[in-house]
Design a protein around this ligand. Sequence first.
Ligand code: ATP
Length: 314
Amino acid sequence: EAWRPGDDDERRGATGPVRVRVPAKVNLHLGVGPLRRDGYHELNTVYHAISIYDELTARRGDTLTLTMEGEGTGELALDDSNLVIRAAHALAGYAGVMPHARLHLRKQIPLAGGLAGGSADAAATLVACDALWGTGLSRDELAGIAADLGSDVPFLIHGGTALGTGRGEAISPVLARPTSWHWVVAIADGGLSTPQAYRELDRLRETGAAGPALGSTDALLGALRQRDPRVLARTLGNDLQDAALSLRPSLATTLKAGEAAGALAGIVSGSGPTCVFLTADAADAERVAAELAAAEVCRQVRTAHGPVHGARIT
Ligand code: ATP
């Protein structure tokens, strides 16, 4: 018999609203291996959670509803295709409860920006509804449901800096010194489709037009154990960058402008079109951000630091 939130057992689960904050991710290293038989590429990536957040609030309700404000409002469907709704159904199905909640999303992570905003929202929903419904799943159980929802979702529950293998869903934490890295984030007008970026990479590789694939993550992992952003800058890399640049040639101008503004290095984030720039420290990030904004090469410029926690109740 399914437990129904709000009626027979008020002691389980939260009675008040549950608010969860979840970060965006960048890939410090995104090594794209061969296309697998299941349609995914084998990945070797280092995820890094940065301080640009979406916030999901879950309240008790008689049905499942979703409202939103912020980035993507009016553009993003709030129906069963939304990753928030899919995550709520997945958790309820696993735990054997009714998927009843009033969910509200405050979005700052741009849509289809290469910052895994949709995956972040799915991660936030799992954490929020687990608390609202009192289902009390273990981290491993949540990670299992998360992996079925999307390759980046387990990392966004986890946060910090972590190695991702398989199609990105297999996470292991990276041992690093407790250092903060300071980023400037250039948010583009409009998004790029992740599947399209992978298809473009396959096409570039078939025609021999893709650059050499990244090697192992060893140099990057070594740099993360030091505190020198100049060392880290030399080890950032993204195999999808050529594909993103091929689909959106103007990103080359954005990358150049960031470096001209004094960033130590710039890369496309994931499948793009967001570009992220590593800077020397927080003050330097503010300077670079101001100069990049003045160059008018993107829709919005933000500063961020990382690593930060994954999806968490606030
Ligand atoms: P990634 O970096 O994981 O490839 P992304 O940051 O490029 O993802 P997202 O914003 O995560 O892109 O989502 C891509 C698509 O997923 C959107 O265009 C939209 O169609 C769909 N989607 C479903 N639910 C959501 C959601 N809650 N937020 C954003 N996108 C969603």
